[in-house]
Write a new protein. Structure first.
Length: 204
């Protein structure tokens, strides 16, 4: 075997080794960061699902709460029959809840965690928005992803990716009535003029 053949063989073997090391490194990265990647992908899917609601959306609207503080509204969506306030709750596991109790319970494995009934905060945000848009049709919903299960049921204002009503999806939300469109324009104008709280006093 001449020198040129030997050189070509060594170069080819070096390329195979480099490719093998690269493949190994990628596999190790996937193993090490698997949960983070899965979490990122799940969150991407949820946001994509939420983005399909309404013919237009307003995100992170800051509005006064009537008590010298502010709410930061997660997401507002414009539909044909109403403006929707959608508050995303990234809670997984089994959720035990009822409409009027003060605390809900999240159970993951053998651990349980209490958190304030988010419907109360939702009602407060609805009240704050009414100071801006009056009596225009406005409905609030909590949104949980598919990792949240409700063994004993849940209030009607709880949605997940499978229970979003068809009339909320963008293609069914064209041509809202004049009252809803006028209220939406007020909200958009308010978003432009809203004070920059810098996070101070802002509640979500």
């Amino acid at each position: 075997m001449d020198l040129e053949s030997i050189t070509k063989k060594l170069n080819l073997e070096s390329e195979f080794v480099a490719l093998g090391l690269l493949a190994f490194a990628l596999v190790m990265l996937l193993v090490v960061y698997r949960q983070r990647i899965q979490s990122w992908f799940r969150e991407w899917r949820i946001q994509r699902c939420l983005d399909r609601i309404g013919s237009a959306q307003i995100r992170d609207l800051v509005c006064a709460d009537g008590l010298e503080g502010y709410y930061k509204i997660d997401r507002l969506a414009l539909t044909r029959d109403a403006i929707l306030l959608i508050s995303y709750k990234p809670f997984g596991g089994n959720i035990y809840c009822a409409e009027r109790i003060s605390e809900w319970t999240q159970v993951i494995g053998q651990q349980s965690f209490k958190f304030a009934n988010p419907l109360f905060e939702l009602e407060n945000q609805i009240t704050a928005l009414r100071l801006l848009i009056g009596d225009a049709p406005l409905h609030g919903y909590l949104f949980f992803d598919n990792s949240a299960l409700f063994p004993k049921g849940h209030p009607d204002k709880v949605l997940n990716p499978e229970t979003i009503p068809a009339e909320f999806i963008a293609e069914h939300c064209e041509n809202p009535n004049a009252k809803i469109k006028a209220a939406w324009d007020l909200l958009k104008a308010h978003q432009t003029d809203a004070p920059d709280t810098g996070g101070v006093g802002a509640k979500t």
